[in-house]
Design a protein. Sequence first.
Length: 817
Amino acid sequence: MGFLAFHTSFFFFLLLLSRSFDPVHGDAAAVPDQEEALWSYIIQLHPREAAGGSEAEASLAASSKHDWHLSFLEKPSSVPRVEQQKNAQQPLSSSRLLYSYHTVFDGFAAQLTVTEAASLRAHPGVASVREDRRVELHTTYSPKFLGLNLCPTGAWARTGYGRGTIIGVLDTGVWPESPSFDDRGMPPVPDRWRGACEAGEHFEASNCNRKLVGARFYSKGHRAANHPTDTAREYASPRDAHGHGTHTASTAAGSAVAGATVLGAGTGEEEDGGTARGVAPGAHVAAYKVCWFSGCFSSDILAGMDDAVRDGVDVLSLSLGGFPIPLFEDSIAIGSFRATARGVSVVCAAGNNGPEPGTVANEAPWVLTVGASTMDRRFPAYVRLGDGRVLYGESMYPGKLHSKNGGNKEQELELVYAAGGSREAMYCMKGALSSAEVSGKMVVCDRGITGRADKGEAVREAGGAAMVLANTEINQQEDSVDVHVLPATLVGYKEAMELKSYISSTPRATARLVFGGTRIGRARAPAVALFSSRGPSTTNPSVLKPDVVAPGVNIIAAWTGSVGPSGLDGDRDPRRSNFTVLSGTSMACPHVSGVAALVRSAHPSWSPAMVRSAIMTTADATDRRGKPIADDGAFGDGMPLPADAFAMGAGHVSPARAVDPGLVYDVEPGDYVTHLCTLGYTEKEVFKVTHAGGVNCSDLLRENEGFTLNYPSISVAFKDAGGGSRKELRRTVTNVGAPNSTYAVEVAAPAGVKVRVTPTTLVFAEFGEKKSFRVLVEALRMGKDSADGYLVWKQVSGGQGRRRTVRSPIAVTWVLE
């Protein structure tokens, strides 16, 4: 599976690289001695007073901090003089200092040799030295599907469409000319905004406006890894060369654009005629370009987060990440801790490595982690076989580009599979298809290895007239569509097997493609997308991840003018479109970033934990038919099984209820420190994550005996194979609804588990009042690998109108040691 669901071969290449978690370095081959090669490192420092200075020196102006950081590279005390002489060909100068961080991280990024890095690790003022790492990049109808509409009691009306909030998007930049960033009707830029609109290649400060209030770019980590800007494809500026950042930014907060289509495709049964808008169209956007064609580098990401928090964003949206690693090695987790402590809500994509368990990324308990779900919108494109059978498929091919041999929509063509006889031909890899065998025919291509749109290009280049993209067993019925460069459709695994059987049993198999436009009203939606990464969290098992799911399949949103809507660059796809369709948790993340902006607009004094709680406890656990949300990655008897908590977290996000949750679970930054101690982190590891000095975990745990993080969900891991194991958890809720309200508890215990809540009723006399309760979770027997249930506080009196329900999933795992 092409985990990024992004349509260029670059992303597959990037995935392969990111799996290795290689540190970022310069061209070692250019240096005779490997130890003399320059590598990029992120250096975390102790507070300056710990290194011999005074407390007054701990808070430094930017210029002073830069000089202080530079001193670690220049002073003999930090790098022995013998090593300075040994490395005379690589002088330790400001050219080696990549970034000085000021807000979300205490330290700097620099290029060092292995020997120099080892010396810095021994410096008394240095807390840690870790390699820079590469991570991966992980709409029209979706706001309506989420229940956002123009009614006077809806979330948009109640929040002014997110008015007054600023969403910082860390991604591949922005295409400012997109109509989604038109600022007509936008209020003035908030006075508190301290950001900038950085000029650069094909980008002027005047490109920013009241919608796009800021734009910056970061390439020092990228270039230090010997990845100079590809001037043929990229821009040394905030301008977006390949569209991912433009797409995510417009999904979060794009302005309304009437009649939005992808080259004429994508409209149909929508009541508003295909008006595209973001989830929080009244919010402002700031773009921080931290990703390039060669990847996203931790040093650049930290620099973007550092500036974004100083600039004054309210929400940070990161549709990127790696694979599960300890929090004290995770730059996103480390940077987001400080951001959260400063009042910024951080929303991250869960990753696209599902449906395997334990694959969820961005697991830190202070971030809101988002998985992907489907919607009830379809783009049918049927395969009508020569014998009359019809196979269901989906496509957004708009009919604007045809094959070399004149293939047209709905033309009957001869079918061919594995033309050329090789494995490469089965996957329609570039140059693997025999022109003599595919010319003028409909070619069946197995999904995988290369990008979906790349396969269509390979077929077209070989003279094929049309393509059927066939899901393999790993993809099952997953239906991410593309804007192909020739007539094409994607069929599920069941249909693919039937199609291949027809080809192998028929002397001259034929088929035609029948395109059905856009259809609304899919019977089963939402469902958890097959590719969405699943829990449990491998580094933080006492916190359930992902937190929620949101639309992430076939999302139409703004696009760059630099490449075609298929994602293919240059002459491979000369078409240009203001919009395109993408799939991935990258697309789900900005939906929730937009919801966070709506909640913050309605409740500007709320902490990030309160915002997260409101989104989680109001999420839907059922689909539009009232049935349990299904999991497209889990099947039984040929049908999707209900999604468990490790697939969907608290459920599918519900913006209208999130702005009025009734009760919230709040968390103080210091509570996260105690939580890290409960995970067995050492004081040094806690400092690496939180920058909190003087932490004594033994004392903290003794003072907070039985501590459990006040999280809106419940996750318990039993290590005893038998029954009788029990754990008690304490939770505290704050009334943010009507005074004189009463809530009663309802519990559905996981299979094999007994759950008891005390008290069973919470009575609130005042707004802002807090009440605590205890949850006893007892394993009655050894269960399967996991089980889940829920706990709901239901409002039974107080207030007017809708009775609030505050739902928390309960996830239990049995771990055999």
